[in-house]
Unconditional design. Structure first.
Length: 125
């Protein structure tokens, strides 16, 4: 499954948020690949920060393959997959999807509109 990294990370003990880049068809908002990125946050149990160098490298790889970066994912190892205050503050890429995974495998997706995170429907095939 594309998001196995997020689901496994959310259920890990001891827990730490895992994160990465979502790639696919930007026009259709279809995710075809998830690329794990190291979480370099000071407190990885309660926050995530994508490693900048890894993120740039993955974005270049995605583009070179003819795909689009469509968003980002991270896990909430101790809570529901609902955007936290920190998630809302850090969302900064308008039009991109922010996917959150909980320990029980539930997923939510949100789009940053530039003003707010708006929940999107998720279909897993």
């Amino acid at each position: 499954m594309i998001l196995s990294h997020a689901r496994e990370g959310a259920a890990r003990d001891p827990p730490a948020e895992v994160c990465g880049v979502l790639a696919g068809d930007g026009d259709a908002r279809t995710v075809t690949a998830a690329h794990p990125v190291s979480n370099v946050a000071d407190e990885p149990r309660v926050a995530y920060e994508l490693d900048p160098e890894e993120t740039v490298s993955i974005l270049e790889t995605v583009e070179a393959a003819g795909d689009d970066a469509v968003g980002f994912y991270h896990s909430h190892p101790d809570s529901d997959p609902v955007p936290s205050a920190t998630d809302r503050e850090q969302a900064s890429w308008p039009g991109y999807v922010y996917l959150i995974c909980s320990p029980d495998g539930r997923l939510t997706a949100h789009e940053w509109t530039g003003d707010e995170l708006r929940e999107l429907a998720v279909a897993v095939e």
